[in-house]
Write a protein that binds this ligand. Structure first.
Ligand code: NBG
Length: 995
């Protein structure tokens, strides 16, 4: 049997196996067996083959060789550098040598490393034509034969062809002459040439999924904070190096091209960025997944600091166009608002009918989501609102043109702008419209695809799984219920069961101000039928509770979806819990609090519903793209392979290995040099954006995140004041022993959050004073980094020595930047909160600076402070407050009321109470940083032990515990046409044959 046939057979078996048992673990075992089997057979055949072969046979041999690499994954050769045939043979022999050697070495982490390869394209000559796997949708349709033929190879991947495709786009797509080409056009042309390559994989993936019809996952999120896409796409399809060289010959650095991409900022903070990391991991792990969200015209505002204050400017991110998106005019759905309800009769049955009101159209805009080292390519589908085709002609004809048009234009506003609130609810009608708009369009889309399958509705949850990223898309579940009942005549119980089995809900906060509640009045006006259905869900739910806990009205009022306030409110989280299969928090401590506090009564009712999935971040963007020097070093010490980018756990061995092999010194030297580069990048960024000179040898202490009381930037401000005053008082000699430091802040405040804006102002005033004080500025500086966003995060995070995550215990659900900081070599100064706790579990308590009260003490202490039982201010704090009261940093009267509140029992967030422990931790940091070798050693150990926080692990958890889905891997290309025709791809045909 040839390798191809073996692979084909075993893959079929694998798929069958997956169908029979949905257990992920078993599926993985099968896959490993497949790889091993191919490896063994491939070897036997490879040995039997003669040297002299025809051209065609040559090709086949190469494929076999490649199969061996795929299974083996242990060769460290740089395939992309091999050009001449002679060299190729030499390399192949070298490979065999290495293969033999690697056989003897014990497998790393069991069998895992055997499955991975350096690159998907390893073994392919970059100039070779690669045939696309051919999936026939309709065997009888011969009309497309010519088209198939013309489309049956992938675009070439060599430098000259890449250059040609870039200039082709510059001339023919962008209509620019070669004399007018500037960095912007180069970016556009480059991005379009990358997109072309993504499109092929994308189309193949979508077709492959359509034919095989696996269970699919839909990740619904009102925010996707993507950041720039070009570099990540190149990394995924393994063309970064080639494009770099192509650009060099055009006389530009690829980094300059990256800089020319607008940073799509369609999110506020952690929640939106998490969604972006998750779609990246879903593609990387070959899950058939879709992201659904909103295509805002304006992302989060651009922050400018003027006279120390935050000023907001609109972020129209589409000024330069968006080369990544594809507008799908053939994918549109109507979405209704307002209107009235009436009873109709259909097939002798009474049905509810929702009519009138306004109709708008949702049009799909798709962006390809490539995965790392896989041919799978998923979709992020963002909806944009348009006026419906129906137009008020009557009004128009009456001569009332203006109003007729104005009414029509309203529809455009729905997806205009992202609400800039993080962890707080705005309560505006337009926001509710946004929520329903994208929920409805997405559900209609999923339903219309399902209908094409001609299956029973009861099968819907077997093929579709929807994850709600917080409560913003909650109306999606009501919409599905409405479609099932009103449009498909399914009775309530059956319909609700389908809904419940389809949906899952992730909670991202315990803050009361962030828990969504919508007034019954506004819902009744905007979505009358949905409100009716919510009442119905609640009615049946309450009946159940009454039976289970007779006369327990207190419990009922807590569980009820409707809050009996004035006006009545719908509690979206309660609606989600009642209508979903699983509910999860985003870190262990947070999921614990959901069980014991926020959703206690629900947990008592349905303990099996509650679970935890700790957040994660993608190492592709946050290590490789953000910190290329570190990525290179890790790859070098991972045997020259970059497979750790998809299997981060591989790094765990490095600290031991470098000790054993005696290469620790070399490694640490390189690490130090890499870190210096990162710090120099930030230094340059600060000079350019803030006009401040900083010294790269100072300790970089960084706190970047949304400005929020619970995150306690104010506590860090107080520390800055303390440090400054302390240095001021020191004698010259004493100052010589100081650890020199820069404190960086960055982050936006919601425009309506006055206190947060005041904190930004205070930081900038402190910074001005400190940085301009010639007495102090050689030892200490304070910098506010304006307009913190994904692209600047990629510069800021890797430069840190210390990063601060200092929320009041229990209040930060997880936090994700903490993970990025540790992965790029810094130490956390943090509280016992969110993901900090789990990071400490993995890297060791001595590799993190913890301080402050733990969650179980917070309420009691708050109470004691309120009742005046503790004197919590102390002299050092008082000194800081006095400086503010005395306008030491300029006119800081805007802080007086706040300070007076927190110093008189109102220290709700324990900023004062935790201050002294915070101070001790800061002092320890200063001391420890003096021993730079030890410091760096800790950072390296930290980096290598962060595997758990890769979003790949998080997605694997979701897939196993919540979604119950298995991956579906798009077959790789082949080297000859013949092979591709019999490739593993035509699974459906094989299945047909069996019948
Ligand atoms: C945020 C939490 C963070 C968490 C992210 C992602 C909201 C509502 N919540 O702690 O505050 O890391 O979600 O889970 O934005």
């Amino acid at each position: 049997m040839s390798n191809e046939e073996i692979h084909q057979k075993t893959l079929e078996e694998k798929i069958k196996g997956n169908e029979e048992n949905q257990e992920e673990g078993e599926a993985e075992e099968v896959e490993e067996e497949v790889e091993e089997e191919v490896e063994a057979e491939g070897e036997a055949e490879g040995e039997a083959e003669g040297e002299k072969e025809s051209k065609k046979e040559d090709g086949e041999k190469e494929v076999k060789g490649q199969e061996i690499h795929l299974a083996q994954g242990e060769t460290g050769q740089e395939a992309e550098e091999v050009e001449e045939e002679e060299v190729e043979i030499e390399v192949e022999e070298e490979n065999k040598e290495k293969e033999k050697k690697s056989k003897k070495a014990p497998p790393k982490n069991g069998l895992v490393s055997l499955k991975r390869r350096k690159s998907l394209y390893e073994g392919f000559d970059e100039k070779q034509e690669l045939f696309r796997p051919e999936f026939r949708f309709d065997e009888n349709d011969q009309t497309k034969e010519k088209m198939w033929e013309l489309m049956d190879t992938y675009l070439p991947r060599d430098k000259i062809n890449i250059q040609k495709s870039i200039v082709k786009h510059i001339e023919y797509t962008l209509a620019t002459t070669r004399f007018d080409v500037n960095a912007h056009y180069l970016f556009q042309g480059t991005a379009l040439s990358v997109r072309d390559r993504l499109l092929e994989q994308w189309n193949d993936t979508q077709l492959f999924i359509r034919i095989n019809n696996p269970k699919k996952i839909y990740y619904m999120s009102i925010e996707f904070l993507l950041g720039r896409l070009l570099q990540n796409a190149l990394v995924c399809i393994d063309l970064e190096k080639c494009y770099k060289e192509a650009m060099n010959e055009f006389g530009v650095k690829i980094e300059e091209i990256y800089e020319n991409e607008n940073d799509p900022a369609l999110g506020n903070g952690g929640l939106g960025r998490l969604a972006a990391c998750y779609i990246d991991s879903m593609a990387t792990l070959n899950y058939p997944a879709w992201g659904y969200g909103i295509r805002y015209d304006y992302g989060i505002f651009r922050q400018v600091i003027q006279n120390c204050e935050q000023k907001e400017f609109p972020d129209y991110w589409l000024t330069k166009g968006n080369p990544w998106e594809i507008m799908r005019l053939d994918t549109q759905f109507k979405v209704r608002f307002y209107g009235y309800l009436k009873d109709d009769w259909r097939d002798g049955k009474k049905v509810r009918s929702w009519q009138g009101g306004e109709e708008v159209v949702a049009v799909a805009y798709d962006t390809a989501v490539p995965g790392f080292n896989t041919f799978n390519c998923n979709t992020l589908r963002l909806w944009k609102s348009f006026p419906s085709n129906e137009f008020n002609f009557e009004q128009f004809n009456r001569g009332d043109h203006q109003s007729a048009l104005a009414e029509r234009d309203q529809a455009n506003y729905i997806t205009s702008v992202l609400y800039p609130n993080d962890n707080s609810m705005s309560g505006k009608e337009l926001r509710l419209k946004q929520e329903y708009f994208f929920s409805s369009a997405s559900v209609q889309n999923i339903v219309s695809e399902f209908k094409k399958l001609n299956l029973s509705w009861d099968e819907f949850p077997k093929f579709n799984c929807i994850q709600l990223n917080d409560t913003h898309p909650t109306l999606a579940l009501v919409e599905l219920l409405r479609i099932l009942i009103d449009e498909n005549g399914i009775e309530y119980n059956r319909a609700f069961d389908i809904v419940k089995r389809t949906f899952n809900y992730t909670n991202h906060t315990v803050l009361p101000e962030a828990l969504e509640k919508w007034g019954v009045d506004i819902l009744e006006r905007l979505l009358p039928r949905h409100l009716e259905l919510i009442y119905l869900i609640n009615y049946f739910f309450m009946e159940e509770i009454k039976k289970k806990y007779p006369n327990d009205y207190n419990r009922m009022s807590k569980l009820s979806i409707i809050e009996e306030s004035c006006p009545k409110q719908v509690r979206m989280a309660n609606l989600c819990i009642v209508s979903s299969t699983k509910v999860n928090g985003v870190a262990k401590i947070h999921s614990g609090l959901l069980r014991t506090d926020l959703f206690k009564e629900f947990y008592e009712l349905w303990p099996e519903k509650f679970t935890n999935v700790t957040n994660g971040v993608t190492p592709r963007r946050w290590v490789h793209c953000a910190f290329p020097e570190l990525s290179k070093l890790l790859t070098k010490y991972n045997g020259g392979r970059n497979d750790w980018l998809a299997e981060y756990d591989l790094l765990e061995e490095i600290p031991e290995k470098i000790k054993e092999e005696g290469t620790e010194k070399d490694f640490m030297q390189r690490y130090r040099a890499a870190k210096l580069q990162a710090k120099l990048r930030l230094k340059e960024f600060v000079k350019k954006n803030c006009g401040i000179d900083i010294d790269e040898h100072f300790l970089f202490d960084i706190m970047v995140k949304r400005i929020h009381e619970y995150k306690r930037q104010f506590m860090n401000c107080l520390y800055c004041i303390h440090r400054y005053l302390k240095i001021k008082k020191m004698k010259h000699e004493e100052r010589q022993h100081l650890t020199k430091r820069v404190t960086f802040f960055g982050g936006k405040a919601a425009p309506g959050y006055a206190l947060a804006k005041n904190v930004i102002k205070l930081i900038n005033m402190i910074a001005n004073k400190v940085n301009n004080d010639g007495d102090v500025n050689q030892y200490y500086k304070v910098v506010f980094l304006p307009d913190y966003k994904v692209s600047s995060a990629q510069i800021i995070i890797p430069a840190a020595d210390i990063s601060q995550h200092i929320s009041t215990a229990g209040m930060e659900a997880s936090g994700t930047s903490c993970m990025k900081f540790v992965m790029t070599g810094s130490i956390i100064l943090g509280t016992h909160d969110g993901a900090n706790i789990e990071i400490a579990d993995k890297v060791g308590e001595d590799h993190i600076y913890f301080f402050g009260k733990k969650v179980d003490e917070v309420s009691r202490i708050r109470e004691e402070l309120r009742n005046g039982k503790r004197n919590y201010i102390g002299s050092r704090l008082k000194e800081c407050f006095d400086a503010i009261y005395n306008n030491y940093f300029g006119d800081t009267r805007f802080m007086h009321d706040y300070i007076s509140g927190i110093t008189n029992g109102g220290d709700y967030y324990l900023a004062c109470h935790d201050f002294y422990e915070y101070l001790d931790a800061q002092e320890k940091i200063d001391r420890d940083y003096q021993n730079k070798d030890e410091w760096d050693r800790k950072c390296v150990e930290n980096i290598c032990h962060m595997g758990f926080f890769s979003s790949d692990r998080s997605i694997q958890d979701y897939a196993n515990d919540i979604w119950n889905i298995v991956p579906i891997e798009v077959p790789k290309p082949s080297l000859t046409k013949e092979q591709h025709l019999i490739s593993t791809s035509n699974l459906q045909l094989f299945k047909e044959d069996e019948k």
